[in-house]
Design a protein around this ligand. Structure first.
Ligand code: NDP
Length: 424
């Protein structure tokens, strides 16, 4: 599809084209602020007292030049590293115009350099006061939100240039909807693929850095890093490292192959992920928890179970899609579809149609449990992520039904459960 092409009969998602996108564009930043407003050093929302909110601590700045400088330096550092460090070279999936893009994937290198520098200067030499991230949390978050709006507006405007390849779902001609969904499919700045880069590098690594900042603050205030904080930081670190280690797998996901880069992805990557996924670590600075050995063991076991399902299922499908004859997957039973592609009906993908989502959610629950049961806010991630995965499951099922037609119904009859075997 070329520039300016608009779908004849647009099919709107997210209750589009106006109410849903507008609600999300205004609502998600509000949720980011609400999570700080409802839970901080002044107290935390509890189910027993739902109307008692602590409000922002006195003297909290909404904006600061220091925060704006830090965010600008952070993005510059990550882009600079991406361009400078070695990375894997991979070809993307075929585009609607038949071309395939080349990608330089440096997530793991960016992670190693950034993490090593943060740990060394933050915890060994102590030259870097990572605890300042806790102190400047609100202005940093505000800057990240402003950045995501600026990036999405810039991308929307740039997508009108001649020759831009547009995303089908984001080129409906409805300005707000297209701004939200992302008009251009693969915007690039020279060698930098903005969508792939934003999806896996600045936001995910900022999430880890914020976690480290919270651990550092706990060390400064309480003299030690608690086991609960160590678990949360370790779990988040494992999740990010796993995502970056398997970076090539992102090239075949719907985000990269189908969705444009607009507000939905830019805000999610640059603001939502770092500032809401790090909530448990921030909570633990203000509300330290002591965990018993049994609790630690139980939480570790849940995380391990979630990870085994998540990684097992994702790797099995990835291996099968790359080479169905590979030793690890050739024994699996499959369903032949008229499209020429086969669907797995045994192994992980024979248990439930999105068993990988279940594993992901169990891991998310394990991230919340170290925060104990005194307050409900640290469980925001488990609730939000459950809703996100259920929506994503419906979205993917719809896409698969369009892709595979009646064969998808045959597949659903063979693999009856969507997310949770024997339950849903
Ligand atoms: P999935 O990895 O679930 O892939 C869905 C695609 O897999 C389908 O479109 C279909 O594509 C293929 N497929 C479906 N069933 C089968 C089958 N039986 N056999 C072979 N192929 C099949 O999609 P996502 O991109 O949504 O998720 C990737 C991972 O990212 C998940 O583990 C998810 O939990 C995680 N995630 C994490 C988020 C976070 O914020 N932490 C947010 C979103 C996702 P085709 O047939 O064309 O190959």
């Amino acid at each position: 599809m070329g520039a300016g092409a608009a779908n004849k009969q647009p099919e709107y998602e997210f209750l589009g084209p106006w109410i849903g996108p507008l609600g999300i564009i205004l609502g998600l930043p509000a949720v980011c602020y609400f999570l700080v407003y409802a839970c901080n050093s002044g107290g935390c929302l509890a189910l027993a007292r739902p109307l008692q909110l602590p409000g922002l601590p006195a003297g909290t700045a909404l904006f600061s030049f220091e925060a704006a400088t830090v965010v600008a330096a952070w993005v510059a550092l990550q882009v600079g590293l991406h361009l400078a460090v070695p990375g894997k070279r991979r070809q993307g999936a075929p585009l609607p115009n038949g071309q395939r893009l080349q990608y330089k994937l440096t997530g793991t290198s960016n992670l190693v350099v950034t993490l090593a520098a943060a740990l060394y200067f933050g915890f060994v030499t102590r030259q870097l006061n990572l605890g300042r991230i806790y102190d400047s949390y609100v202005p940093l978050m505000g800057t990240a939100i402003a950045l995501s709006f600026a990036v999405s507006l810039g991308l929307y405007a740039a997508s009108f240039r001649k020759g831009a390849l547009l995303a089908r779902g984001g080129s409906t001609g409805q300005p707000l909807y297209d701004f939200f969904m992302g008009r251009e499919l693969n915007p690039r700045l020279g060698p930098l693929d903005l969508k792939e880069f934003c999806e896996l590098t600045p936001g995910l690594l900022a999430w880890l850095l914020i976690d480290l900042g919270m651990a550092h603050k706990q060390l400064q205030v309480h003299g030690r890093v608690s086991s609960a904080m160590a678990l949360v930081c370790g779990f988040h670190g494992l999740y990010v490292a796993d995502a970056l280690w398997h970076e090539p797998a992102i090239l075949t996901t719907m985000d990269i192959t189908t969705d444009g880069l607009g507000f939905m992805l830019a805000f999610g990557d640059l603001a939502w992920v770092p500032f809401t996924y790090s909530l448990q670590a921030r909570y633990l600075v203000d509300h330290p928890q002591e965990l018993s050995v049994v609790a630690v063991a139980g939480i570790l076991a849940l995380k391990a179970l979630g990870y085994a399902i998540f990684r097992g299922a994702n790797s099995q499908k990835d291996a099968f899609r790359r080479d169905p004859g590979a030793p690890g997957v050739r024994h699996l039973r499959t369903l032949q579809t008229a499209s020429g592609r086969r669907l797995l009906i045994s192994g992980w993908w024979g248990v439930a149609r999105h068993i990988n989502y279940l594993g992901d959610w169990l891991m998310g629950l394990a991230w919340c449990l170290p925060c104990g049961f005194r307050h409900v806010v640290p469980y925001f991630y488990a609730v939000y992520f459950g809703a996100l995965l259920m929506h994503r499951d419906l979205r993917d099922e719809h896409a698969c039904r369009l892709k595979y037609g009646r064969d998808w119904d045959r597949y659903c009859a063979l693999v009856r459960y969507r997310l949770i075997p024997w339950v849903y």
